[in-house]
Design a protein around this ligand. Structure first.
Ligand SMILES: Cc1cc2nc3c(=O)[nH]c(=O)nc-3n(C[C@H](O)[C@H](O)[C@H](O)COP(=O)(O)OP(=O)(O)OC[C@H]3O[C@@H](n4cnc5c(N)ncnc54)[C@H](O)[C@@H]3O)c2cc1C
Length: 322
């Protein structure tokens, strides 16, 4: 059984919808319109405020109010979505953000549906009746384009791939869907801890200020926190400072850390090794501050400042505060 819908699985962080979810709802609306389909958001667990937030962006919200989905866990999400497909019919496509959760539960779901899945896409469009995507491969050295012929077709999409849409004139309809998730799916979630409490989510931040070994000592990263505060952004770091034990891995940017797509990325005292810049190759504007004029980071930067970050940052913060 098929339904003429495109689903976006909503991601919620710190009580609100992620920026990527809003962007995907805009993309789903446009793609649905082009083929006479309907765009819908799927809210797993969650609260009325989040359902209302979704209703401002998409005409239909499928709200699975199951207490076992209150806390994210991949096998529960995959199970609930499989049930939703059973009761409602197979949508044409299922989209979610290419964050840690999406990259975990969506491939599981696609396997259980025996359907095609493309990860970390940066664009989506129709090739006839098939949904096609562009995505980086070989560590971002090349992009490939794929058209997925299965229904549903599954995609995780990187933050920043689409613009946040305008609110709808008439809020969408919220439809409660009954799905039961069994208690025992072979995994018990004992505890979940945030390691960077209070910090704005790195993957979601529109502005990121990042520091590397060139910042000298951990205390100097206060300057980056201050600049991030002024810009309403988040702090990221290179692997060298994670390896040195200065910061946790969850704010590392790069190949073995997070891939991010902020509107502005300011790299301070970061050499620009390939493993680092692979994490920012979809950032819109990159600014580099480095005292070595030959540093590789300047090849990836739109704007370069040659100089000592510790001298440049206080002045920059003062100017931006005004
Ligand atoms: C498999 C693999 C995966 C990896 N994954 C990642 C990853 O995900 N992310 C990542 O970042 N790295 C990753 N790395 C490591 C990567 O190759 C580099 O070693 C690392 O990025 C270097 O960090 P850095 O630029 O902070 O330090 P450095 O290379 O030591 O560079 C410090 C820079 O700071 C500049 N500097 C010094 N003092 C100042 C100052 N006062 N003001 C301004 N500039 C100054 C220097 O000129 C230099 O360019 C990976 C490596 C491997 C092998």
């Amino acid at each position: 059984m098929n339904c003429k819908e495109i689903w976006v699985i909503a991601e919620i962080r710190q009580g609100s919808l992620t920026r990527t979810t809003s962007q995907l709802l805009g993309a789903a609306r446009k793609l649905a319109e082009q083929q006479g389909l309907h765009a819908a958001a799927v809210l797993l667990g969650g609260e009325q405020t989040q359902a209302d937030e979704l209703a401002r962006k998409v005409p239909l919200i499928l709200w699975v109010k199951e207490p076992r989905l209150e806390t994210y866990e991949a096998s529960r999400y995959a199970y609930a979505l499989r049930q939703l497909i059973e009761v409602r019919g197979s949508p044409v496509a299922i989209l979610t953000g290419a964050g840690a959760a999406g990259l975990e539960f969506l491939p599981r779901l696609s396997m259980s549906c025996d359907s095609a899945y493309a990860s970390s896409c940066v664009d989506l469009w129709w090739e006839g009746s098939e949904l096609a995507c562009r995505r980086p491969v070989y560590g971002g050295k090349v992009y490939e384009e794929l058209a997925l012929s299965t229904k549903p077709a599954f995609f995780t999409v990187r933050p920043g791939a689409f613009a946040v849409p305008e609110n709808l004139e008439t809020p969408g309809k919220i439809e409660a869907v009954s799905v039961t998730v069994p208690e025992d799916l072979g995994l018990d979630l004992i505890e979940r801890k945030r390691t960077t409490a209070g910090q704005k989510d790195l993957s979601e931040a529109a502005r990121v200020v990042a520091g590397g070994r060139g910042m000298g000592v951990p205390e100097n990263f206060k300057l980056l926190e201050e600049l991030a505060g002024v810009l309403d952004g988040a702090v990221g770091v290179s692997r060298a400072v994670v390896d040195a034990g200065w910061f946790p891995h969850d704010i590392q940017v790069g190949k073995s850390g997070k891939t991010i797509s902020p509107e502005l990325y300011i790299a301070c005292g970061i050499s620009g090794a390939i493993h680092h810049v692979l994490g920012i190759n979809t950032a819109k504007v990159v600014v580099a501050i480095n005292k070595d004029p030959d540093a590789a980071i300047f090849k990836s930067a739109d704007y370069g400042i040659i100089g000592d970050a510790l001298e440049i940052l206080p002045g920059l913060i003062e100017k931006l505060k005004v």
